[in-house]
Write a new protein. Sequence first.
Length: 222
Amino acid sequence: MVLFTACKNNDADVDPDTTPDEKNVTFEGIGYVITSNNTCYINKAVNCSGDYELSALKYKNKTYTIDSIAEKAFEDCVNLKSLKIPSSIKSIGRSAFYSSNLTSINIPSSVISIKEYTFYNCTNLTSITIPNSVTSIGEAAFIHCIGLTSITIPNSVTSIGSRAFLDCYGLKSIHIKSSTPIVLSTYFPFPSEQCTLYVPKGSKTLYEKAVGWNKFTNIVEE
């Protein structure tokens, strides 16, 4: 029988008797799938809580690098508060943190996209940093993240999906680092035109004329 405990350890020392399948390993409420001689991915978190720092999986005297987080892996993890993701992770799946109670999370610079519904309904999320490696933010990626008050979108982002930040009622400021306005979908991705939009110096006129961005009533250069 596997005992699920708070996810507060770095590396997982897994009893080989906990699972009959060599490719599937469960430790402290997180299910891993071993995909090669030295890599694995997170398949499903079942009962993890508190603050957790991912690093690597240790199993049968071998260390496996975690390279991705699967679709819906942390869905409905209501007791998970914060998560540190290592730079070994290249991909975070669709709806990965759907309706979890995360308050903060780091996205490593190894990740290039935030997929659809990744943080959908993470109402306690108050802090997130989008690295300069991310090129796209998917549809409804942050929808109903009512705890967010400010978001910075780096100049690497070239695509923002429809409803990406819809219903983020606490959002007061949006900082865009691209001097050229991103082409927005027909469905406005932000919660309100009343948010203050901060844009790079010299680009205010472009944003005032750009479709979608011109809905903002307060555009400030910084």
